[in-house]
Design a protein around this ligand. Structure first.
Ligand code: NAI
Length: 679
């Protein structure tokens, strides 16, 4: 390639080859990844203007970054969009530039290697052709919905035009990133090829400019004006199972947009910009952007040290240990799993196989390779080899201490020992070790494969280096590691417990469980507290509650003991607060109760108050980390941005007054924590 003409550009480089094809490289300045920031877009506008003078044979857009193609728009810029007078011009500018690219008279090709998301995907869709590498690192998607908006740079109309409404809406509504092969199959891209053939493929698309395939007949039919209302109703129903319009308006806006304008792509583009300009200024979008950054903050934990264990050993192959072991194997680690009970170990291996099949579907090679990495180890040979040992045996301090004593002499000198205990103080466990500094808490949540958070518990004696290694390990297994002080209940269970206990108290007072649960889901919790308690198991709830109630002076409602003592343990015994049929709670939808608002306030206030207490006691290092822990550990309504953020948003004074009212009516457990005043 020759003739570089990009001397005065900071982000884009342009050169021409012997075919007079313009190669337009994006290499965003001062960044390891490419983002479509305002500056990058403005420069693209001037490069496209410039290109008109050269009458190229075609244009190929590519990335010069190792990290991938384009990760999307610069989300930080979103935070500055407070009202429509700011957001509308922001969206309009993006549209103008994408339209300019789409209107080029020569063939344009997006040549994708690595991640191609959001704005990057929309830029690709504005090109005539998209070719991508077929390896696992290349994924394409339109994840805007996760930020409370939908595609806003022409991606809605253009993705639908390319692959038809069902696949396009599915990608936009789920926000998931798909491999290149799937993208090719559904028509989102034109070709996927091995990396060595990527450039020749791009050149051939420019030179041959083949006619683009239309979406299949059925997809075109579904775009028909008469059918759209029916399909849209189905889509709304599906979305409603996961998100309510008052909490998450974006998916509903997207469906409306398609239903109204699908046969007029130009109008759809215009309305898309208006819709996103409005959504971008909503509280939901701002809070979801906040959640995105909280997630990034957790992901960046554990970057201080290099820790790449070559072997992981898990002791205790029960509910938690078994799932932790198979999760680590999925993440690429060689894992031995030990249990004193051979029958239990056999069950664990069976469960792991099922998990691998579920994950890899028909990819037998991946199933076999992952299965090979997970080794049952009844005698505990893995202890000698492991760089990290994860203990997940019974929740009994004596049994755990005894185990530590017996394995320590066989452990590598620098191996770390991590316990999954949910309620025992680390200091009470480390006393049996010669080197207590090597014990750290690695508190996973149930179900391991679904819950993104892992609390990294720093005991009084834990070495800082061991904490850093545990954080790095958490990160390496694709979890969000949160450093937490060793204290009863750590962060998540401590904050969850008063909320659960309040729920049980209300049921004891005669409020139907359905009403309690609905009050919580109306607030935005993913599952009501009563159903959650039934799912965790009322015996487990009771034992954790007993430990916490003693440590934190929290009264235990009688109802919990009554249920547990009557062996009504919840989902696992078929009867708890609800009855279970085929694993599903049988609920009375018409359960009567008048004052739902008070029910909701009683639940939420206790959760908020405990969050404030954790902040005061520095259980985690900052208010952002309290919010992150509660969102990723309990599912706390992400669109509200976390408990501390919510208190500030709703008004500290106003909520404190409500707390006072509840204290008058229900007692001292509603006494505002002293930290409220400082928020
Ligand atoms: P579990 O009862 O399902 O499994 C414990 C396993 O450890 C059993 O298979 C048992 O045979 C094995 N075991 C006991 N002593 C052993 C020893 N000395 N050597 C080898 N194997 C031994 O228990 P679960 O629920 O998996 O809990 C394990 C740990 O994880 C506990 O510390 C618990 O507090 C914690 N945890 C539990 C959560 C849950 O939802 N179940 C959530 C988070 C943490």
């Amino acid at each position: 390639m020759n003739s570089d003409i990009s001397a005065n550009h900071s982000h884009w480089k342009l050169n021409f080859d012997d075919h007079n094809i313009a190669w337009l490289h994006l290499d965003m300045a001062d960044s390891t990844v490419n983002l479509l920031s305002g500056a990058v877009l403005e420069e693209l506008r001037s490069v496209l203007d410039e290109l008109e003078n050269y009458s190229p044979q075609g244009v190929v857009i590519l990335s010069d970054k190792q990290a991938g193609f384009i990760f999307g728009a610069d989300i930080k810029e979103f935070l500055e969009l407070d009202d429509i007078t700011q957001s509308q011009p922001f969206l309009d500018r993006g549209h103008e530039i994408m339209d300019k690219l789409a209107a080029m008279t020569c063939p344009t090709v997006s040549m994708v290697k690595g991640m191609c998301l959001g704005g990057g995907m929309e830029l690709s869709l504005a090109c005539d052709y998209i070719v991508a590498t077929d390896d696992a690192s290349t994924r394409l998607g339109l994840p805007e919905i996760k930020l409370g908006i939908h595609p806003g740079y022409g991606g809605t109309a253009r993705s639908i035009q390319r692959c038809g409404p069902l696949p396009a809406m599915d990608i936009m509504l789920s926000g998931r990133a798909i491999p290149a092969r799937t993208a090719k199959k559904i028509g989102l891209i034109d070709d996927c090829v091995p990396e060595r053939q990527l450039q020749p493929a791009a050149i051939s698309y420019v030179l041959e400019a083949p006619k683009r395939k239309r979406p299949p007949f059925v997809q075109r039919l579904l775009n028909n004006r008469l059918l759209r209302p029916l399909v849209a109703t189905q889509m709304r129903k599906q979305v409603a199972r996961k998100a309510r319009p008052e909490h998450y308006p974006a998916p509903y806006n997207l469906i409306d947009l398609w239903q109204k304008y699908a046969d007029d792509p130009k109008r759809m583009l215009k309305e898309e910009a208006i819709s996103v300009a409005t959504l971008a200024t909503t509280e939901t979008a701002h809070n979801l952007v906040r959640v995105f950054f909280l997630q990034e903050q957790l992901k960046s934990q554990g970057k201080q040290v290099e820790f790449k264990p070559s072997h992981v050993h898990v002791i205790g192959g029960g509910i938690m240990g078994g799932d932790i072991a198979s999760w680590c194997a999925i993440q690429g680690y060689r894992v031995t799993v030990e249990d004193q009970d051979p029958g239990r170990l056999a069950q664990t291996m069976k469960r792991a196989q099922a998990a691998f099949k579920k994950k890899y579907k028909r990819d037998r090679r991946a199933i076999i390779a992952t299965g090979d990495r997970l080794i049952p180890d009844i005698k505990g040979h893995g202890v000698r080899r492991a760089d990290i040992i994860i203990e997940a045996i019974f929740e009994n301090a004596d049994v755990k201490r005894e185990l530590y004593q017996s394995i320590e002499p066989r452990m590598k000198a620098d191996a770390i020992l991590a316990t999954n205990t949910s309620s025992i103080r680390l200091e009470d466990l480390s006393s049996s070790l010669h080197t207590p500094g090597r014990l750290v808490g690695l508190h996973f949540f149930n179900p391991v494969a679904k819950m993104p958070l892992v609390e990294i518990i720093r005991g009084n004696e834990t070495d800082e280096d061991v904490v850093q290694k545990a954080l790095a390990f958490g990160r390496s297994i694709a979890k969000l590691p949160l450093p937490v002080k060793s204290s009863p209940g750590f962060l998540v269970n401590r904050i969850l417990m008063p909320y659960l206990l309040e729920a049980v108290t209300m049921v004891g007072e005669g409020v139907p469980p359905e009403v309690v649960d609905k009050a919580a889901t109306d607030f935005g919790m993913p599952m009501g507290p009563i159903e959650l308690a039934d799912t965790v198991g009322l015996d487990i709830c009771k034992s954790v509650a007993e430990i916490l109630s003693e440590a934190l002076d929290m009264p235990l409602p009688d109802k919990l003991s009554v249920m547990a003592d009557a062996n009504k343990l919840g989902k696992k015994s078929g009867q708890g607060f609800y009855q279970y049929r085929n694993g599903k709670a049988v609920k009375n939808k018409d359960a009567p109760y008048a004052d739902v608002q008070t029910v909701q306030d009683r639940l939420v206030m206790r959760l908020l108050n405990e969050s404030t207490a954790c902040l005061r006691e520095n259980i985690v290092a900052s208010d952002d980390l309290v919010d992150a822990g509660v969102i990723f550990g309990t599912g706390f309504a992400p669109f509200r941005g976390g408990p501390i953020h919510y208190i500030r948003d709703a008004g500290t004074q106003k909520l404190a007054e409500r707390m006072d009212e509840l204290k008058q009516a229900y007692g001292d457990r509603f006494k505002s924590d002293t930290a409220w005043a400082g928020l």
